[in-house]
Write a protein of this length. Structure first.
Length: 393
């Protein structure tokens, strides 16, 4: 059996990071990761100049709890608002409603209209949202969009029955796999302790389905099963808020911890990520409990205590980003910042950078990489929220 709670060795980097907030460490300084048996030692160099100067501008205003932003053709952005259950098109600073989904979407607590995925070539939009049809749950829907991006049609339910109770821990993040026809769905555990490790529950999982049909992908780890486990890619998660695909094709998740240990995880097919808050819903247990039977996957980064409420994530790309090119940008709600996490080719943590320019906008929910390499962020502060475009100068 491996030593218990090995993920804590990875939390040292962010403890140093949050410690900087208390001791006056400049937020633009990257914090090298503390070496351990499971990660590459960070170079002992001054990284104060690591983050380029950033230009941050609002490209949409007057939103309420925007959950996601995705690019569409012709300079358009699609934005989902959780409680309003509305998808908007933003272009040249102007917003118009693409779809009012309030009759379809169940809104409660953390659940409503959440993540989207967009295939611009086929004009297809997927969304993850609460639903009351057949009992309160979370589902994934798909639509086609007309050529002028003014109307949704041909609604189809792709995946249904993702568990929900009060709306707490509803997930839910979508990602189109570049290497296949798969749609990945990151789900929350619905605050039910048995869900994450129950392979026949869709809660506390990353699921993998065919983007058009909703059928389980043929190479899923449990694809031959006759039960819901055939949809499961990974399990043992608490509340998956972010999914991102690295340039090498690897898939990564961002997961919110309890009072400790937000996590960034490298997804391994069939992997168990060790969240098992039973009996009841015991949030004092480790996020990755190495005392469980079998093998648990260690986090590649962990926040330690306290959590930052990490959310969406995207890989940064483009030489204009300098030393931040190739890092994983992770939004934080409670900590109100973006963390740029550098991992080596093996997936081990090297350093963490937090640019000061991204610490003044309040809670940050989603991060999307635009086609030109800019980052698109959504704020989550109430009814005066924005979509921000971040460009390196």
């Amino acid at each position: 059996m491996r030593p218990p709670l090995r993920t804590t060795s990875l939390s040292i980097a962010v403890l140093a990071l949050t410690g900087g907030l208390l001791t006056g460490l400049s937020p633009s300084v990257a914090v090298p990761a503390e070496p351990s048996a499971h990660q590459v030692t960070a170079p002992a160099v001054d990284r104060a100049a690591r983050a380029p100067r950033l230009k941050v501008r609002a490209v949409a205003r007057g939103l309420a709890n925007p959950w996601d932003v995705q690019q569409a053709p012709g300079g358009r952005l699609l934005v989902s608002e959780r409680d309003r259950a509305r998808i908007s098109v933003v272009r040249n600073g102007e917003r118009r409603t693409l779809a009012d989904l309030s009759r379809l979407v169940w809104v409660s607590g953390e659940t409503g209209l959440m993540s989207m995925a967009v295939d611009a070539r086929t004009r297809t939009v997927w969304a993850c949202h609460g639903s009351s049809r057949g009992g309160d749950h979370v589902q994934v829907s798909r639509w086609r969009v007309d050529a002028k991006w003014k109307r949704l049609s041909r609604h189809r339910t792709i995946l249904t029955g993702l568990p929900s109770t009060s709306g707490r821990h509803g997930g839910c993040r979508l990602l189109l796999d570049r290497a296949s026809d798969a749609l990945l769905v990151g789900t929350g555990d619905a605050a039910v302790g048995t869900n994450p490790r129950d392979l026949d529950s869709l809660g506390g999982k990353v699921l993998r389905v065919h983007r058009r049909t909703g059928e389980p992908m043929a190479d899923n780890p449990f694809a031959g099963a006759s039960t819901d486990r055939r949809f499961v890619w990974t399990y043992g998660h608490r509340n998956v808020q972010g999914l991102a695909q690295r340039g090498d094709g690897s898939l990564w998740s961002v997961e919110q911890g309890s009072y400790r240990d937000d996590e960034v995880n490298l997804l391994v097919p069939g992997g168990d990520y060790g969240w098992n808050p039973v009996p009841g819903y015991d949030e004092s247990v480790p996020m990755t409990d190495q005392a469980l039977p079998g093998e648990q996957q260690d986090a590649k980064w962990s926040s330690g205590d306290p959590t930052l409420a990490t959310s969406g994530a995207a890989w940064v790309r483009g030489k204009q980003w300098g030393r931040l090119d190739g890092t994983l940008a992770v939004a934080a709600l409670k900590a109100s910042r973006v963390l740029f996490l550098e991992f080596d080719d093996a997936g081990d943590l090297v350093s963490v950078t937090q640019p000061k320019q991204l610490t003044t906008h309040g809670r940050l929910r989603s991060v999307t990489s635009a086609r030109n390499g800019d980052l698109l962020l959504t704020t989550d502060n109430g009814d005066r929220d924005q979509v921000l475009r971040v460009s390196p100068r």
